[in-house]
Design a protein around this ligand. Sequence first.
Ligand code: A3P
Length: 312
Amino acid sequence: GWVASYLHQYQGFWHTTRQIQGVLSCQKYFKSSSLNDKDIILVSTPKSGTTWLKAIIFSLVNRSTFPDTKQNHPLLTTNPHVLVPFLELNLFLPSKSKLVIPDLISSSIPSNNNDSNPSLFSTHLPYVSLPDSIKTSPCKLVYLCRNPKDVFISLWHFTNRLRPQNLAKNTMEESFEKFCNGVSLYGPFWDHSLGYWEVSLECPEKVLFLNYDKIKKEPFLHVKKLAEFLGFPFSLEEEANGDVARILELCSFDNLSNLVVNKSGRLSSGEENKTFFRRGEVGDWINYMTPEMAERLDSLVEKKLHGSGLEF
Ligand code: A3P
């Protein structure tokens, strides 16, 4: 898991020791042959709503196989992180007790040869660290970010929930100082988003740039856009049928967080399923941050993004 307290910088971004092993083996062993042109990779900064978007993308692209969202739908019994595994945190994370054996790693990648549905992968890797196979493949990337104040608060809760009980919690002040210095999981936060923002401007057919806050505000609009981008547009008939609404309902915070599978259970990477569901709202930072902290982070991020056209 992500419990380690020491972060190391690799290619300009901060990772735990264990994560770096996954990043390196992913870069080394994720070959073009593991990817089909139609495959989809969800990229996000941690705590920007990855779990939610995994659920949405899964139900979108598999809706002809699983049209009924109330019965026999995989999301009713399976955590979204199992349906859409992380490359460097699940598929390519060498087992703690074993040496890295390339053949073993590559054989654990789901094969997708005669499947008409695309394979779905996810990653928190910054653009500079993406394996070349992904950059050069026609596969699509969906990037998800979120306003930095909510990301910080969500991350602070998350890392404290993962900390062993006998260790002292990270204080907000200490974590905030680090976050502002760019030292957070897969941080600097702003560089992560900027990397994908630039590619999305250059190659809009390769990268769709999404923001949690905007999806929250206009879910229908963004889910329809996403479906179109991925090559699974909703027909007028489907829309009239309420298919978009049904997917949104299935993937809503209330619904997903109340499913038995998400209240109990643990991922193979160690985290409890329930740690991925907390409030699921925009603006919860106001309940934790002082006005001074908010102002400092806002102006820092504004400076970092200046001239890029990206805003939160
Ligand atoms: P909060 O801590 O602000 O509640 P990630 O999935 O990238 O780890 O992000 C987790 C954040 O997304 C948490 O934010 C979590 O509550 C929120 N989240 C999880 N499922 C969601 C859903 N179905 N709809 C909206 N937000 C969701």
